[in-house]
Design a binder for this molecule. Sequence first.
Ligand code: SF4
Length: 343
Amino acid sequence: MNPFTFTQADNAKAAIDQVAGNASFAGEAVRFIAGGTNLLDLMKEGVMLSGRLVDINRLPLDKIEEHEGGLRLGATARNADTAYHPLVRERYPLLSAAILAGASPQLRNMASNGGNLLQRTRCYYFYDVATPCNKREPNTGCAALEGINRQHAILGASPHCIATHPSDMCVALAALEATVHVESQRGKRDIPFAEFHRLPGDAPQYDTVLEADELITGISLPDAGRYAAHSAYLKLRERLSYAFALVSVAVGLDIGADGAIKSARIALGGVAHKPWRRPEAEALLEGQRPDPALFGQVADKLLEGARGHGHNDYKIRLARNAIVRALGTAVQGTVTNTGEPND
Ligand code: SF4
Protein backbone atom coordinates (compact mmCIF):
# COMPACT_ATOMS: atom_id res chain seq x y z
CA MET A 1 0.00 0.00 0.00
CA ASN A 2 1.30 3.44 -0.91
CA PRO A 3 0.92 6.18 1.71
CA PHE A 4 -2.08 8.50 1.36
CA THR A 5 -3.91 11.15 3.37
CA PHE A 6 -7.33 10.36 4.83
CA THR A 7 -9.86 13.02 5.76
CA GLN A 8 -13.52 12.91 6.80
CA ALA A 9 -16.36 15.22 5.78
CA ASP A 10 -19.59 15.87 7.68
CA ASN A 11 -21.67 17.23 4.82
CA ALA A 12 -21.78 17.12 1.03
CA LYS A 13 -20.41 20.64 0.57
CA ALA A 14 -17.38 19.95 2.74
CA ALA A 15 -16.68 16.70 0.88
CA ILE A 16 -17.07 18.33 -2.53
CA ASP A 17 -14.87 21.28 -1.53
CA GLN A 18 -12.10 18.94 -0.39
CA VAL A 19 -12.06 17.13 -3.70
CA ALA A 20 -12.53 20.25 -5.85
CA GLY A 21 -9.69 22.02 -4.10
CA ASN A 22 -7.33 19.09 -4.51
CA ALA A 23 -7.65 17.69 -8.01
CA SER A 24 -4.40 16.05 -7.08
CA PHE A 25 -2.63 15.74 -3.76
CA ALA A 26 1.06 14.88 -3.62
CA GLY A 27 0.81 14.29 -7.36
CA GLU A 28 -1.95 11.66 -7.06
CA ALA A 29 -5.73 11.78 -7.39
CA VAL A 30 -8.08 12.85 -4.62
CA ARG A 31 -11.07 10.53 -4.35
CA PHE A 32 -14.22 10.03 -2.32
CA ILE A 33 -14.40 6.77 -0.38
CA ALA A 34 -17.41 5.02 1.18
CA GLY A 35 -17.18 1.21 1.52
CA GLY A 36 -13.84 1.01 -0.28
CA THR A 37 -14.34 -2.66 -1.18
CA ASN A 38 -12.87 -2.25 -4.66
CA LEU A 39 -10.86 0.96 -4.38
CA LEU A 40 -8.66 -0.23 -1.50
CA ASP A 41 -7.82 -3.47 -3.32
CA LEU A 42 -6.83 -1.46 -6.38
CA MET A 43 -4.68 0.84 -4.28
CA LYS A 44 -2.97 -2.10 -2.56
CA GLU A 45 -2.14 -3.62 -5.94
CA GLY A 46 -0.83 -0.32 -7.30
CA VAL A 47 -3.51 -0.26 -10.01
CA MET A 48 -5.06 3.01 -8.80
CA LEU A 49 -3.06 5.52 -6.81
CA SER A 50 -4.64 8.10 -4.53
CA GLY A 51 -2.95 10.98 -2.74
CA ARG A 52 -5.97 11.67 -0.57
CA LEU A 53 -9.20 9.85 0.27
CA VAL A 54 -12.19 11.86 1.49
CA ASP A 55 -14.45 9.68 3.62
CA ILE A 56 -18.15 10.36 2.90
CA ASN A 57 -19.65 7.89 5.37
CA ARG A 58 -20.77 10.68 7.73
CA LEU A 59 -22.83 12.37 5.02
CA PRO A 60 -26.61 11.94 5.33
CA LEU A 61 -26.78 9.90 2.14
CA ASP A 62 -27.74 6.50 3.56
CA LYS A 63 -31.54 6.74 3.32
CA ILE A 64 -33.87 4.74 1.11
CA GLU A 65 -37.06 6.72 0.69
CA GLU A 66 -40.10 7.48 -1.47
CA HIS A 67 -39.25 9.69 -4.45
CA GLU A 68 -41.56 10.96 -7.21
CA GLY A 69 -43.61 7.78 -7.55
CA GLY A 70 -40.58 5.58 -7.06
CA LEU A 71 -37.68 5.25 -4.63
CA ARG A 72 -34.45 7.10 -4.03
CA LEU A 73 -31.49 5.04 -2.85
CA GLY A 74 -28.87 6.97 -0.91
CA ALA A 75 -25.36 6.76 -2.30
CA THR A 76 -23.86 5.53 0.97
CA ALA A 77 -26.66 3.07 1.80
CA ARG A 78 -25.08 -0.36 1.89
CA ASN A 79 -25.86 -2.91 -0.81
CA ALA A 80 -27.22 -5.37 1.77
CA ASP A 81 -29.48 -2.74 3.39
CA THR A 82 -30.79 -1.88 -0.07
CA ALA A 83 -31.43 -5.47 -1.12
CA TYR A 84 -33.31 -6.29 2.09
CA HIS A 85 -35.21 -3.00 2.39
CA PRO A 86 -38.98 -3.78 2.46
CA LEU A 87 -39.82 -1.16 -0.20
CA VAL A 88 -37.10 -2.41 -2.53
CA ARG A 89 -38.16 -6.02 -2.10
CA GLU A 90 -41.82 -5.17 -2.66
CA ARG A 91 -41.48 -2.77 -5.60
CA TYR A 92 -38.16 -3.70 -7.21
CA PRO A 93 -37.52 -7.40 -6.48
CA LEU A 94 -35.35 -7.45 -9.62
CA LEU A 95 -32.91 -5.09 -7.90
CA SER A 96 -32.89 -7.16 -4.69
CA ALA A 97 -32.20 -10.32 -6.66
CA ALA A 98 -29.37 -8.74 -8.64
CA ILE A 99 -27.64 -7.32 -5.57
CA LEU A 100 -27.90 -10.63 -3.73
CA ALA A 101 -26.39 -12.44 -6.72
CA GLY A 102 -23.21 -10.40 -6.34
CA ALA A 103 -20.15 -10.65 -4.10
CA SER A 104 -20.47 -12.16 -0.60
CA PRO A 105 -22.61 -11.22 2.46
CA GLN A 106 -19.58 -9.52 4.03
CA LEU A 107 -18.88 -7.42 0.94
CA ARG A 108 -22.55 -6.52 0.48
CA ASN A 109 -22.62 -5.32 4.10
CA MET A 110 -19.74 -2.95 3.39
CA ALA A 111 -20.17 -1.90 -0.25
CA SER A 112 -22.15 1.28 -0.92
CA ASN A 113 -24.65 1.91 -3.69
CA GLY A 114 -22.59 4.74 -5.17
CA GLY A 115 -19.44 2.63 -5.04
CA ASN A 116 -21.16 -0.26 -6.78
CA LEU A 117 -21.65 1.98 -9.83
CA LEU A 118 -17.95 2.86 -9.84
CA GLN A 119 -16.36 -0.55 -9.42
CA ARG A 120 -13.72 -1.32 -12.01
CA THR A 121 -13.50 -4.24 -14.41
CA ARG A 122 -12.16 -7.56 -13.17
CA CYS A 123 -10.09 -8.09 -16.35
CA TYR A 124 -7.03 -10.01 -15.06
CA TYR A 125 -4.63 -7.81 -17.05
CA PHE A 126 -6.06 -4.62 -15.54
CA TYR A 127 -4.94 -5.93 -12.14
CA ASP A 128 -1.57 -7.20 -13.36
CA VAL A 129 0.62 -4.11 -13.48
CA ALA A 130 3.32 -6.05 -15.39
CA THR A 131 1.10 -6.34 -18.50
CA PRO A 132 -0.06 -3.72 -21.03
CA CYS A 133 -3.53 -2.33 -20.36
CA ASN A 134 -5.06 0.75 -21.96
CA LYS A 135 -7.55 1.09 -19.14
CA ARG A 136 -4.89 1.16 -16.42
CA GLU A 137 -2.30 3.03 -18.45
CA PRO A 138 -3.55 4.67 -21.67
CA ASN A 139 -1.77 3.87 -24.96
CA THR A 140 0.10 0.82 -23.67
CA GLY A 141 -2.02 -1.78 -25.48
CA CYS A 142 -4.55 -4.42 -24.50
CA ALA A 143 -3.13 -7.72 -23.28
CA ALA A 144 -6.55 -9.38 -23.38
CA LEU A 145 -6.91 -9.14 -27.17
CA GLU A 146 -4.30 -11.84 -27.72
CA GLY A 147 -4.40 -13.24 -24.20
CA ILE A 148 -6.92 -15.14 -22.13
CA ASN A 149 -10.23 -13.47 -22.85
CA ARG A 150 -12.75 -16.03 -21.64
CA GLN A 151 -14.55 -13.45 -19.48
CA HIS A 152 -14.42 -10.56 -21.91
CA ALA A 153 -16.91 -8.56 -23.95
CA ILE A 154 -18.83 -9.71 -27.01
CA LEU A 155 -20.69 -6.43 -27.53
CA GLY A 156 -19.63 -2.79 -27.76
CA ALA A 157 -15.90 -3.54 -27.46
CA SER A 158 -13.17 -1.60 -29.25
CA PRO A 159 -9.64 -2.43 -30.43
CA HIS A 160 -8.48 -0.56 -27.33
CA CYS A 161 -10.36 -2.57 -24.69
CA ILE A 162 -12.63 -5.62 -24.49
CA ALA A 163 -13.30 -5.51 -20.75
CA THR A 164 -16.71 -6.09 -19.18
CA HIS A 165 -18.42 -4.21 -16.38
CA PRO A 166 -18.52 -6.42 -13.28
CA SER A 167 -21.62 -5.21 -11.41
CA ASP A 168 -24.84 -7.19 -10.96
CA MET A 169 -26.66 -4.30 -9.32
CA CYS A 170 -26.01 -2.07 -12.34
CA VAL A 171 -27.63 -4.55 -14.71
CA ALA A 172 -30.89 -4.30 -12.76
CA LEU A 173 -30.59 -0.51 -12.47
CA ALA A 174 -30.17 -0.31 -16.25
CA ALA A 175 -33.27 -2.44 -16.83
CA LEU A 176 -35.24 -0.36 -14.34
CA GLU A 177 -34.16 2.90 -16.01
CA ALA A 178 -32.68 4.44 -12.87
CA THR A 179 -31.27 7.96 -12.68
CA VAL A 180 -27.96 8.82 -11.00
CA HIS A 181 -27.88 12.08 -9.02
CA VAL A 182 -24.52 13.83 -8.71
CA GLU A 183 -23.25 17.07 -7.24
CA SER A 184 -20.12 19.22 -7.54
CA GLN A 185 -19.15 22.87 -7.05
CA ARG A 186 -20.77 23.49 -10.45
CA GLY A 187 -24.15 22.35 -9.08
CA LYS A 188 -26.31 19.24 -9.36
CA ARG A 189 -27.08 17.11 -12.38
CA ASP A 190 -29.12 13.98 -13.07
CA ILE A 191 -27.69 11.31 -15.38
CA PRO A 192 -29.96 8.68 -16.98
CA PHE A 193 -28.51 5.26 -16.17
CA ALA A 194 -28.09 4.35 -19.85
CA GLU A 195 -25.70 7.31 -20.20
CA PHE A 196 -23.78 6.84 -16.95
CA HIS A 197 -21.40 4.07 -18.05
CA ARG A 198 -19.38 4.38 -21.27
CA LEU A 199 -18.32 2.04 -24.02
CA PRO A 200 -14.51 1.88 -24.25
CA GLY A 201 -13.98 3.54 -27.64
CA ASP A 202 -10.47 5.01 -27.77
CA ALA A 203 -10.52 6.10 -24.11
CA PRO A 204 -11.13 2.96 -22.03
CA GLN A 205 -9.56 4.60 -18.98
CA TYR A 206 -12.95 6.29 -18.43
CA ASP A 207 -15.62 3.88 -17.22
CA THR A 208 -18.32 6.51 -16.70
CA VAL A 209 -19.24 10.09 -17.60
CA LEU A 210 -18.71 11.17 -13.97
CA GLU A 211 -16.18 13.99 -13.56
CA ALA A 212 -13.43 13.45 -10.97
CA ASP A 213 -14.87 16.12 -8.67
CA GLU A 214 -18.50 14.94 -8.84
CA LEU A 215 -20.06 13.17 -5.86
CA ILE A 216 -22.81 10.61 -6.40
CA THR A 217 -25.55 11.53 -3.91
CA GLY A 218 -28.25 9.03 -4.84
CA ILE A 219 -29.94 6.80 -7.38
CA SER A 220 -33.64 7.06 -8.13
CA LEU A 221 -35.95 4.41 -9.53
CA PRO A 222 -39.17 5.23 -11.43
CA ASP A 223 -42.37 3.27 -12.01
CA ALA A 224 -42.76 1.80 -8.51
CA GLY A 225 -43.94 -1.77 -8.74
CA ARG A 226 -44.54 -1.79 -12.51
CA TYR A 227 -42.27 -4.79 -13.11
CA ALA A 228 -42.53 -6.32 -9.63
CA ALA A 229 -44.84 -9.22 -10.53
CA HIS A 230 -42.83 -10.47 -13.52
CA SER A 231 -39.12 -10.02 -13.10
CA ALA A 232 -36.08 -12.26 -13.12
CA TYR A 233 -32.33 -11.94 -12.67
CA LEU A 234 -30.44 -14.86 -14.18
CA LYS A 235 -26.72 -14.97 -13.52
CA LEU A 236 -24.50 -17.60 -15.11
CA ARG A 237 -21.02 -17.98 -13.62
CA GLU A 238 -18.31 -20.53 -13.13
CA ARG A 239 -19.29 -21.41 -9.56
CA LEU A 240 -22.50 -20.93 -7.60
CA SER A 241 -21.45 -18.03 -5.40
CA TYR A 242 -18.84 -15.30 -5.13
CA ALA A 243 -18.05 -15.18 -8.83
CA PHE A 244 -18.58 -12.55 -11.49
CA ALA A 245 -21.11 -13.10 -14.26
CA LEU A 246 -20.08 -14.72 -17.51
CA VAL A 247 -23.51 -13.62 -18.67
CA SER A 248 -26.40 -12.20 -16.68
CA VAL A 249 -29.88 -11.11 -17.71
CA ALA A 250 -32.23 -8.73 -15.90
CA VAL A 251 -35.82 -8.86 -17.12
CA GLY A 252 -38.90 -6.91 -16.07
CA LEU A 253 -42.23 -7.48 -17.80
CA ASP A 254 -45.49 -5.60 -17.35
CA ILE A 255 -48.15 -8.12 -18.37
CA GLY A 256 -51.76 -7.02 -18.74
CA ALA A 257 -54.91 -8.82 -17.60
CA ASP A 258 -55.34 -10.15 -21.15
CA GLY A 259 -51.95 -11.88 -20.95
CA ALA A 260 -50.23 -9.56 -23.43
CA ILE A 261 -46.95 -7.84 -22.58
CA LYS A 262 -47.55 -4.12 -22.16
CA SER A 263 -43.92 -3.18 -21.56
CA ALA A 264 -40.58 -4.98 -21.29
CA ARG A 265 -37.17 -4.09 -19.91
CA ILE A 266 -34.10 -6.26 -20.51
CA ALA A 267 -30.46 -5.62 -19.65
CA LEU A 268 -27.44 -7.90 -19.99
CA GLY A 269 -24.38 -8.13 -17.76
CA GLY A 270 -21.00 -9.74 -18.39
CA VAL A 271 -21.10 -9.03 -22.13
CA ALA A 272 -19.99 -5.41 -22.52
CA HIS A 273 -18.15 -2.47 -20.96
CA LYS A 274 -21.53 -1.35 -19.57
CA PRO A 275 -24.90 -2.99 -18.86
CA TRP A 276 -26.25 -3.75 -22.32
CA ARG A 277 -29.71 -2.65 -23.43
CA ARG A 278 -31.29 -2.39 -26.84
CA PRO A 279 -34.78 -0.83 -26.67
CA GLU A 280 -35.62 -2.15 -30.18
CA ALA A 281 -35.40 -5.66 -28.77
CA GLU A 282 -37.76 -4.80 -25.92
CA ALA A 283 -40.20 -3.23 -28.39
CA LEU A 284 -40.57 -6.60 -30.14
CA LEU A 285 -42.37 -7.86 -27.03
CA GLU A 286 -44.83 -5.02 -26.60
CA GLY A 287 -48.43 -5.97 -27.32
CA GLN A 288 -47.42 -9.61 -27.84
CA ARG A 289 -48.27 -12.73 -25.88
CA PRO A 290 -45.30 -14.55 -24.33
CA ASP A 291 -43.88 -17.08 -26.76
CA PRO A 292 -40.51 -18.90 -26.79
CA ALA A 293 -40.04 -18.29 -30.53
CA LEU A 294 -40.58 -14.57 -29.98
CA PHE A 295 -38.11 -14.66 -27.07
CA GLY A 296 -35.53 -16.09 -29.49
CA GLN A 297 -36.08 -13.17 -31.86
CA VAL A 298 -35.68 -10.76 -28.95
CA ALA A 299 -32.41 -12.46 -27.99
CA ASP A 300 -31.14 -12.24 -31.57
CA LYS A 301 -31.94 -8.53 -31.69
CA LEU A 302 -30.23 -7.91 -28.33
CA LEU A 303 -27.13 -9.75 -29.53
CA GLU A 304 -26.98 -8.26 -33.02
CA GLY A 305 -23.34 -7.57 -33.85
CA ALA A 306 -21.98 -9.77 -31.05
CA ARG A 307 -18.42 -10.92 -31.69
CA GLY A 308 -16.14 -13.18 -29.71
CA HIS A 309 -12.37 -12.93 -29.36
CA GLY A 310 -11.51 -16.61 -29.23
CA HIS A 311 -11.87 -17.88 -25.69
CA ASN A 312 -15.15 -16.05 -25.14
CA ASP A 313 -16.93 -17.12 -28.36
CA TYR A 314 -19.12 -19.41 -26.22
CA LYS A 315 -20.73 -16.34 -24.64
CA ILE A 316 -22.84 -15.57 -27.72
CA ARG A 317 -24.77 -18.82 -27.49
CA LEU A 318 -24.79 -18.72 -23.70
CA ALA A 319 -26.29 -15.23 -23.76
CA ARG A 320 -28.95 -16.20 -26.29
CA ASN A 321 -30.06 -19.16 -24.19
CA ALA A 322 -29.95 -17.08 -21.00
CA ILE A 323 -32.16 -14.35 -22.48
CA VAL A 324 -34.79 -16.86 -23.61
CA ARG A 325 -34.72 -18.59 -20.23
CA ALA A 326 -34.90 -15.37 -18.21
CA LEU A 327 -37.88 -14.14 -20.23
CA GLY A 328 -39.68 -17.43 -19.64
CA THR A 329 -38.92 -17.26 -15.92
CA ALA A 330 -40.21 -13.70 -15.66
CA VAL A 331 -43.47 -14.67 -17.40
CA GLN A 332 -44.04 -17.33 -14.72
CA GLY A 333 -43.82 -14.68 -12.01
CA THR A 334 -41.14 -13.18 -9.79
CA VAL A 335 -39.52 -15.60 -7.39
CA THR A 336 -38.75 -13.59 -4.27
CA ASN A 337 -36.09 -14.54 -1.78
CA THR A 338 -36.90 -15.01 1.89
CA GLY A 339 -34.67 -12.15 2.92
CA GLU A 340 -32.17 -14.38 4.63
CA PRO A 341 -28.55 -13.45 4.02
CA ASN A 342 -27.61 -16.71 2.30
CA ASP A 343 -30.51 -16.99 -0.12
FE1 SF4 B 1 -6.94 -3.48 -20.08
FE2 SF4 B 1 -9.36 -3.46 -21.18
FE3 SF4 B 1 -7.44 -4.79 -22.37
FE4 SF4 B 1 -8.37 -5.67 -20.02
S1 SF4 B 1 -9.50 -5.58 -21.91
S2 SF4 B 1 -6.22 -5.52 -20.67
S3 SF4 B 1 -8.90 -3.75 -19.02
S4 SF4 B 1 -7.48 -2.58 -22.03
